[in-house]
Design a protein around this ligand. Structure first.
Ligand code: CA2
Length: 144
């Protein structure tokens, strides 16, 4: 990987992880997932910038920040996955690999979750594996 820093971005409501709907999203809190990401990244000699926002524009700004100083982006855009052309447009300006991650498997859920704007710009997609998906995404970027 060209730069040893990875941006990990989390979209709306993921700050509530561990507090509701554990049967869908698992028991881990976002802080637990951050700790797992830090441990996994360190094991691969990488550093991470782990963020969450409920605001579409803040996520677009963070994606734009990835244009320099970052070697990869791991993105769980949450509900914006299924709605945001603005996030897709921002992703299309990047040259670094983007891995789309979802805790649940959106394809087993409501039909409106079956389409992802993020997928159109993603190198790879990991879904349905819970928090482990984030660690697998870091490993994939470390080996890219
Ligand atoms: O499975 C995923 O990671 C999702 O990106 C999560 C999004 C959902 O809209 C996507 O279709 C799939 C929702 C995140 C909401 O997080 C909550 C956490 C705790 C309690 C309620 C919602």
């Amino acid at each position: 990987m060209s730069a040893a820093r990875i941006m990990i971005l989390n979209g709306p409501n993921l700050n509530l992880l561990g507090m509701r709907e554990p049967e869908i999203y698992g028991k881990d809190t976002l802080a637990d997932i951050q700790a797992l990401c830090e441990k996994t990244a360190e094991a691969h000699g990488l550093s991470i910038d782990f963020r969450q926002s409920n605001l579409e524009g803040e996520l677009v700004n963070a994606i734009q920040e990835c244009r320099s100083g970052y070697g990869g982006l791991i993105l769980n855009a949450a509900a914006f996955t299924h709605t945001s052309v603005a996030i897709l447009d921002a992703l299309k300006t990047l040259t670094i690999p983007v891995i789309e991650v979802h805790l649940s498997n959106p394809h087993r859920r409501e039909e409106f979750r079956h389409h992802s704007f993020v997928s159109l710009a993603a190198r790879g997609i990991i879904c349905g594996l819970g928090a482990k998906g984030y660690a697998l995404a870091i490993e994939a970027l470390a080996k890219s």
